[in-house]
Design a protein around this ligand. Structure first.
Ligand code: COA
Length: 259
C-alpha cells in the first residue's frame, strides 16, 4: 500500500517506519505522499489508538528533505513544496487527536528534525543527532523548523542552532527540552511503545483534548484558555468521565471505553 513506509499495528499502537535506508530516509515526494496517506489512515482507522514514527536502520531517523529534488526549483516551486508538506503531513501529525511519538533512531536533520518536532513528543536513541543544516544549502527550514524549534527550546538556542547549522547530540537535545528521554540504541521504539501503552489506558477523549489544548499553548492561540474551558466541559459528556470519577469513588481502577 505504501512504497516508502512500513507499517505495523500491535495492540492499538501503529508504528510507521520511513523506509529509504540507502538515502538516510530522506523525505522525497513519494515519502511525503505516503505520509499524507498514512496520516489519513491514522485518522480514520478506529483500531489505531496511538502512533510511533521512526526511521529504518540504526543510522538515520530522517536526514532531511531530499536535497536532489531542490535542484531547479524557483521561489514558487520552493514555497509550494513547503506548503504542500505542511498541509499534507506536518499539520496532520501535530493536530492528530491520537498521540504521536517520534522514536528518533539516528540522524534527525532538516526535515527530519522538523518531522520529529511535529510529533507530540520525542524519544531519542543515544546515537541520535539533531540539527537544522539548511543554511549550509543556502535555504532555511521550510517544514516548520523555525517555528517549532523556537517553541520547544527558546529563541536564543533556536537562533544559534539554525544559524550555525551545528548538530547536537541526544543528550544535548534532552537538556534543551527537544527530547523527553534518551535510551540505548535499538530500544527507542520499545520505549515509545511503553509510554503509549500507558497513555492508552487513559480516557481517549480526554487525551485528544489535551493534545488540542497544549497545541493551542504552543502556537500562542489567543483562545487557548477559553478553548480549555470548553473542552473541559465537553469531557463531562463522555462515558469515560462517568466511569473515571465513579471508579475513583469506588476505589477501583477505571475501565475506559474511549466513549
Ligand atoms: N537528501 C538526499 N539524499 C540524502 C540526504 C538528503 N537529505 N541525506 C543523505 N542522503 C543520501 C546521500 O546522498 C547518500 O546517497 P548515495 O549513497 O546515493 O551517494 C546516502 O544518503 C548516504 O549518505 P552519506 O552522506 O553517504 O552518509 P554519511 O554517513 O557520510 O553522512 C549525513 C550522513 C546525514 C551526515 C549526510 O548524509 C548529510 O549531511 N545529509 C544531508 C543532511 C541535510 O543537509 N539535511 C537537510 C536537508 S534540507
Amino acid at each position: 500500500m505504501y512504497t516508502t513506509l512500513l507499517t505495523e499495528l500491535q495492540e492499538g499502537i501503529f508504528t510507521i517506519t520511513i523506509n529509504r535506508p540507502d538515502k538516510m530516509n530522506a523525505l522525497n515526494v513519494n515519502v511525503i505522499d505516503d505520509l499524507s496517506k498514512v496520516m489519513d489512515e491514522v485518522y480514520s482507522n478506529q483500531e489505531i489508538k496511538s502512533v510511533v514514527i521512526t526511521g529504518s536502520g540504526e543510522k538515520s531517523f530522517v536526514a532531511g528533505a531530499d536535497i536532489s529534488e531542490f535542484i531547479g526549483l524557483d521561489a514558487n516551486g520552493g514555497s509550494a513544496m513547503a506548503r504542500k508538506a505542511k498541509i499534507a503531513v506536518f499539520d496532520k501529525i501535530e493536530n492528530c487527536p491520537k498521540p504521536i511519538v517520534a522514536a528518533v533512531n539516528g540522524f534527525a536533520l532538516g526535515g527530519g528534525c522538523e518531522l520529529a518536532m511535529a510529533c507530540h513528543f520525542r524519544i531519542a536513541s543515544e546515537n541520535a543527532k539533531f540539527g537544522q543544516p539548511e543554511v549550509n544549502l543556502g535555504i532555511i527550514p521550510g517544514y516548520g523548523g523555525t517555528q517549532r524549534l523556537t517553541n520547544l527550546i527558546g529563541k536564543g538556542k533556536a537562533m544559534e542552532m539554525i544559524m550555525t547549522a551545528d548538530m547536537i547530540t541526544a543528550d544535548e537535545a534532552k537538556s534543551l527540552g527537544l527530547v523527553n528521554h534518551v535510551v540505548a540504541a535499538g530500544t527507542v521504539v520499545a520505549k515509545a511503545k511503553e509510554i503509549l501503552q500507558k497513555i492508552q489506558t487513559k480516557a481517549g477523549y480526554a487525551v485528544s483534548m489535551v493534545i488540542a489544548c497544549v497545541n493551542d499553548a504552543a502556537t500562542n492561540n489567543p483562545n487557548g484558555f477559553e478553548n480549555e474551558i470548553n473542552r473541559f466541559g465537553a469531557c463531562f459528556t463522555t462515558e469515560d468521565m462517568v466511569e473515571g470519577t465513579k471508579a475513583f469513588v469506588e476505589k477501583r481502577k477505571p475501565v475506559f471505553k474511549g466513549k
